[in-house]
Design a protein around this ligand. Sequence first.
Ligand code: RB5
Length: 149
Amino acid sequence: MSSENQIVLSSDHAAIELRQAVADHAKTLGWDVLDIGPTTPESTHYPDHGAAAAREVASGNCKLGIVLCGTGQGIMMAANKVKDIRCGVCSDTFSARMIREHNDANMLSIGARVVGEGLALEIVTAFLNAEFEGGRHGTRVDMIKALEA
Ligand code: RB5
């Protein structure tokens, strides 16, 4: 598997079913999927799963990551604590495209209790099919990176 074609998925207990649907969908879009769980529905802690997925992206093992929890907010906050991660929560396709094109987001977060499966899969498509535009947006992303230095 090439890291350039691989994405990582993770969630907490609130998004197990949607995560499986996202995995299946991403494969149909041509991505290799590293699904790091969890696989059982017991209550769990989203910071662990957000950080674990973020490390797969930050290390270069995966090009992009998608994380899910009830709102998408907690797991996004955890992922963003890992250096070099830019993760946004999206409930619409426009934002999902723009966080790639303008913000060079390398992770997407979705709230399984916020959006239905149909919209969630369209959000995933918008995110995975978009590319960073660079240029003036690169200057601004570099400013975000400088905040981490
Ligand atoms: C779990 O009940 C819930 O708090 C979690 O999935 C998420 O919504 C947190 O941000």
